[in-house]
Design a protein around this ligand. Sequence first.
Ligand code: GLU
Length: 435
Amino acid sequence: MSNVRVRFAPSPTGFFHIGGARTALFNWLYARHTKGTFVLRIEDTDKERDRPEFLQVILDGLRWLGMDWDEGPEKGGNFGPYFQSQRGHIYEEYITKLKESGRAYEKEGALWLKISGEGQVINDAIRGRVERKEEEDFVIVRSNGTPVFHLVNVIDDLTMQITHVIRGEDHLSNTSKHMELFRAFEATPPIYAHIPLILKSDGPGKMSKRDRGALIEEYQQRHFLPEAVRNFLCLLGWSPKEDREILPIEEVISLFDIANVNKNNAHFDEKKMAFINCEYVKHLPLDSFVDKVKPILLSSKVIDENTDKDYIKDVLSICQEKVRGLEDVPHFVGYFFTENYPFDEKAKEKVMKKGNVNERLEEFLAFIEPLNALVESELEPGIKKLAESKNVNTGDYIHAVRLAVSGTNVGPGIYGLIRVLGKTRVQQRIKKFIA
Ligand code: GLU
């Protein structure tokens, strides 16, 4: 256990944005790297907007991404309560201190902080030295009695003994106010680390919650693997020296440091996210791939409760390395489970253009007729020999058979496909196609 204490301090708005998830992740990584404490604090001071289900969106998102917090909601801790809405008595106490020390005064019904008049030097752990000076006193408690964000944020960081404030760069402009407040409380400010913005993949703008891929919920719904999303988030503003992209989280924890977070803005790259997810899907143990895919196939009605379990597993075993993600699987494997599979017109056109398709299919049928089981080790050399004897390319058989039995030109390796479909199905489908 070290004395490092970091926090993620979301305002529950009903969304768990990719930027928020990345901020949470960098805090979590730093806590795990330093064997410190990761605090979750809920900044729920906007009474109009805060609803219990909004909190759940954040808790679910954090749990889904495997970011466990050491103190906070549902967990407790020695520095609670962890909801700003329950910390009113603490704010009162600190407001009194400011009044007593003469650093706060009332004007027009509001409470103001008397600034120090000195410039604040922020030795930002990511951005380096930043100098800012507050020029005017500012309101810390509104005339309706509610304390402002700056005040409660600082009192919480102070009383929760936060050592490092790692947050989005949009808060850099608030930091001189926060340092003024720490000074007013005669306390040492924490170390600040402002992480760069996440820009849209297509253009200079900042990612907003309306952009595709901006919400963690979307990845949950699209069956992305949480480990893959987390891996992707790690790379939004941080990277290991050799620029590798697939990194086990244990390795990121050991390599991660605030000092090597990038100063430059990060770019959200949807293709990279898809690529990383695809890599994780390919490397799942088969059983776990099957377990994750089955409910997706059930809900998309590709299979039902009666579908043969071994057959499902056989199908998935040959498709795993070819699918682009779990959400791709129902479409990818559809024809394995129905005789009413659609024909892709473009694929058909391409194959038919070759000519003599039915002739090839007849020859293929004659070739498999005497075989007992269709296995890769016999199919591959057999088709090669057949092609040689007819003086055509093996591809002519492969493309024609694939189209006839699957309706498409993409799928798992052809020999595995034929083996898993089995002789009867293959024969029936080809005959139907010819007819
Ligand atoms: N509630 C603030 C936010 O969501 C937290 C700011 C901070 O981390 O200090 O932006």
